[in-house]
Design a protein around this ligand. Structure first.
Ligand code: NAD
Length: 328
């Protein structure tokens, strides 16, 4: 019999890539989101437009056993969304509500395996002050001190999934994603993250121009291409390891160096100006010791290869937006 999957948050960036992968594997996929995929038609067998904060909607979708459930729906965005403080209550309320509803419905219907996407934003701020030596090993999570309410909600929810697993015999798997990027991600509008924002700025800036980078640009991060994120997610869900485990790249780079990499890819002569802006912790990098030990796998794609593909996609989106603007 064909295996069944439910992808929550399937209209979003990572969820839409997971749906495509599951369909390629031949699964029957039900998708749920507040919105449809922005950039391509979802190949899901059934796409439910609905609000997962509503218990009745969640119960109407999870009314039977699915072999695999991927819970990616969350109220989230880049630094310009999660660090201003203005969205804190919404972020915590909306995402926690979704997770509570989903777990309860899954418990009732004996779902096979459930994946939950936590985030590196749950790691304590005090281990990420040195841009050259951040500590994001899984066991560094406590004593907890995330630098955003988004991170606190992720910490609560990863514990929630693992508590349901312990108390109700459910099979839950928890990953801590580290800055996922790639084609068909949010690239404009205020919720985009650094790689997409920098690609857009470079794409819209003419040769000889300047782009603005938030902060001093010396803050470091690592970025994982969405294809490897999907690969790691499926491997974890189907493994015997519950996590939490990092799914991220260990290729750490400063934000200024990332901007220079994208400028190099574009072939343009553009300079960088650092301005005041939201920047989060000083350093963050994935530690892949645990994932390598437990799954015998870790991401390996070079950052530049993924950035070139992403820049190409965003510059085409930008050209299309410019064409539309001239027609209006
Ligand atoms: P995204 O914002 O593109 O996707 C999330 C989706 O959830 C959106 O399409 C949104 O409409 C949907 N959603 C939000 N509230 C909903 C609701 N009430 N009902 C139904 N749908 C709702 O984000 P993404 O980058 O694809 O991230 C997916 C998951 O991975 C999120 O849980 C996010 O916190 C986590 N994560 C992502 C990253 C990253 O770098 N992208 C890093 C760490 C963790």
């Amino acid at each position: 019999m064909t295996k069944t999957a439910l992808v929550l948050g399937a209209g979003g960036f990572i969820g839409s890539h997971i749906v495509k992968r599951l369909k390629r594997e031949g699964m029957t996929v039900t998708a749920v989101d507040l919105k449809r995929c922005e950039f391509s038609k979802s190949p899901a067998d059934r796409f439910v437009l609905g609000d997962l904060r509503e218990q009745s909607l969640v119960r109407s979708v999870i009314d039977r056993r699915f072999d695999e459930v991927y819970q990616l729906a969350a109220d989230m965005g880049g630094a310009g969304y999660i660090f201003t403080g203005e969205n804190d209550a919404d972020i915590m309320h909306n995402s926690a509500m979704i997770n509570l509803n989903v777990l309860d419905a899954c418990r009732e219907h004996g779902v096979g395996r459930i994946f939950y996407s936590s985030s590196a934003c749950m790691y304590p701020e005090h281990n990420q002050l040195d841009p050259d030596n951040p500590n994001c090993a899984e066991d560094s999570a406590y004593p907890a001190n995330p630098d955003s309410e988004y991170g606190w909600e992720k910490l609560f929810s990863e514990r929630l999934f693992l508590a349901y697993a312990r108390n109700y015999g459910m099979t839950c798997r928890v990953a801590r994603y580290h800055n996922i990027f790639g084609p068909e991600g949010t690239w404009t509008g205020g919720k985009e993250k650094a790689p997409a924002a920098l690609c857009r700025k470079v794409a819209e800036t003419p040769n000889g121009g300047t782009i603005e980078v938030w902060g001093d640009g010396l803050q470091t991060r690592s970025f994982l291409h969405v294809d490897e994120c999907v690969e790691g997610t499926l491997r974890l869900l189907r493994s015997d390891f519950a996590g939490p485990v990092n799914i991220g790249s260990t290729e750490m780079i400063s934000i200024n160096a990332l901007a220079e990499m994208i400028i190099g890819i574009s072939g343009k002569n553009i300079s960088v100006r650092n301005i005041a802006g939201q920047q989060g912790v000083r350093g963050r990098n994935s530690d892949n010791t645990l994932i390598r030990q437990r799954l015998g796998w870790a991401p390996s794609k070079p950052l530049r290869t993924g950035m070139a593909e992403t820049y190409d996609w965003i510059s085409r989106m930008q050209e299309r937006a410019d064409r539309v603007a001239t027609l209006v």
